[in-house]
Write a protein that binds this ligand. Structure first.
Ligand SMILES: [Zn+2]
Length: 147
């Protein structure tokens, strides 16, 4: 969902709540470029998301698996499970709002990393170092995407 003010494509969720009736989630978002706030509504029309792996094969993406991976990595960090939930929700929203039903693993990895970086820079570096294990950033990204 692009910012209505400046058109920038990345925004973060600053508040999330169910609206009446309970068939939609109302989210307040903040543009990461100009800081403008706007509202989006998520309705229950969950499309399965397919991830295209580096070898070209596809598989349904398991968000709960990503959540578990991030949660376990966040245990000793300054990141709450609510932060993780918001991060996951934000990625889901972003994909849903752009009507994507498939995404390649590198792009998904970038989305995770970008949000993790905004959440807590120190945690991001620690998280990256744990997973990177002295390999290339690209490998790390694809690993996170495949958690
Ligand atoms: Zn903006």
């Amino acid at each position: 969902m692009n910012c209505p003010k400046c058109g920038f494509e990345e925004s973060k969720v600053v508040d999330s709540r169910a609206s009446e009736p309970q068939d939609a989630i109302r989210r307040r978002r903040e543009c990461e470029q100009c800081g403008a706030r706007f509202t989006t509504y998520e309705r229950r029309e969950e499309q399965p998301l397919e991830v295209i792996k580096r070898d070209g094969s596809r598989e349904p993406f398991d968000f709960s698996k990503l959540r578990r991976g991030l949660l376990s990595a966040a245990v000793k960090r300054n990141i709450s499970s609510e932060d993780i939930d918001l991060l996951i929700t934000d990625i889901k929203d972003s994909l849903q709002n752009s009507f994507r039903s498939e995404v390649d693993s590198a792009t998904l990895g970038d989305m995770v990393l970008l949000r993790l970086k905004n959440l807590d820079a120190v945690a991001y570096v620690r998280f990256a170092s744990v997973y990177k294990d002295f390999r290339t950033v690209e490998e790390f990204i694809s690993e996170v995407a495949e958690l």
